[in-house]
Write a protein that binds this ligand. Structure first.
Ligand code: SAM
Length: 274
């Protein structure tokens, strides 16, 4: 049955979608999970009334979360995703010649929903290089030292179990878990609606990593559409890397987009410098 679903993008702004049908709803151990079939955006994954992905624009987020750090590194063998239980980021990572890609998702319900309703994303789980852990990423990372070339934080907003994924102590543990030329990327929300959070994360990451850079992409179904990613790198200067060519299909990412993504609007520069 048709209905409208609205997400609060801030306290005073809502974005609404015409939904053809609710395909699934459950209360998992960690959150309220829903899968909708929407009129213009296709299938959507919703957690606690917040849009996690839509089939219309998921490729932008997942390609930018993965290809930017992987091409910046250039030789990643072991990659870790924390969160990302839908499988989209993992799918993109596995387009690279990595040896192992680990995914740590706290909520098994998200993984099951992805398998049942988002086969285009969860296809990644079948790759023999992929290993899935249903655990809290914050605890998982604590005893890992000098192990991963890349760590990607594909988390929900900083509420509930994800709060600790935005903490300085966690970033310190991520640093320790990375190899000597390791790179970390986190989704760091909307510069329009979460500027204080972005500012704080940039400050924390800069105090730990040699290089800290913010890059951007346009994701229409996320608050404000303009989305930020914060990268911390131990040794490689991301701005000195150029990507010549890519030998797989993408829908958003190109070598030119890679370079351009690090060029920030004046107001974003101000947020992170202030
Ligand atoms: N692209 C999305 C966005 O920006 O809205 C994120 C998608 S992905 C579904 C986020 C996942 O992070 C959720 O499935 C959630 O269960 C997981 N998550 C939250 N806190 C976590 C934690 N502490 N450890 C591991 N996974 C966590």
């Amino acid at each position: 049955m048709e209905f409208w679903f609205s997400e609060y993008q801030s306290k005073n702004v809502k974005m609404s979608y015409r939904i053809r049908m609710q395909l699934h709803r459950e209360k998992t151990k960690f959150q309220e999970l829903a899968v909708f079939d929407s009129e213009d955006c296709g299938r959507m994954l919703i957690l606690d009334d917040v849009v996690q992905l839509t089939m219309k624009d998921e490729f932008v987020y997942h390609e930018m979360m993965s290809h930017v750090p992987l091409f910046t590194h250039g030789n990643a063998k072991k990659v870790l995703v924390i969160g990302g239980g839908d499988g989209g980021t993992l799918r993109e990572i596995l387009k690279h010649p990595v040896e192992e890609a680990h995914l740590v998702e706290i909520d098994e319900g998200v993984i099951e929903a992805a398998k049942n309703y988002f086969p285009e994303l969860s296809v990644a789980f079948k790759d023999e290089r992929a290993k899935i852990f249903c655990e809290d990423g914050i605890a998982f990372i604590k005893d890992k030292k000098n192990f991963y070339d890349i760590i990607i934080i594909d988390s929900t907003d900083p509420i509930g179990p994800a709060v600790g994924l935005f903490a300085k102590e966690f970033y310190n543990n991520v640093y320790e878990a990375l190899t000597e030329d390791g790179i970390f990327v986190a989704q760091t929300e909307s510069p329009f609606f979460f500027s204080e959070l972005l500012k704080r994360i940039y400050k924390d990451v800069s105090s730990i990593f040699k290089y800290t850079n913010v890059y951007i992409a346009t994701i229409p179904t996320y608050p404000g559409a303009l989305w930020t990613f914060t990268m911390g790198s131990k040794k490689i200067n991301p701005l000195e890397r150029t990507v010549d060519k890519i030998d797989f299909d993408t829908k958003y990412y190109t070598p030119e987009i890679h370079k351009a993504a690090f060029v920030l609007p004046a107001f974003v520069k101000k947020i992170i410098s202030g």
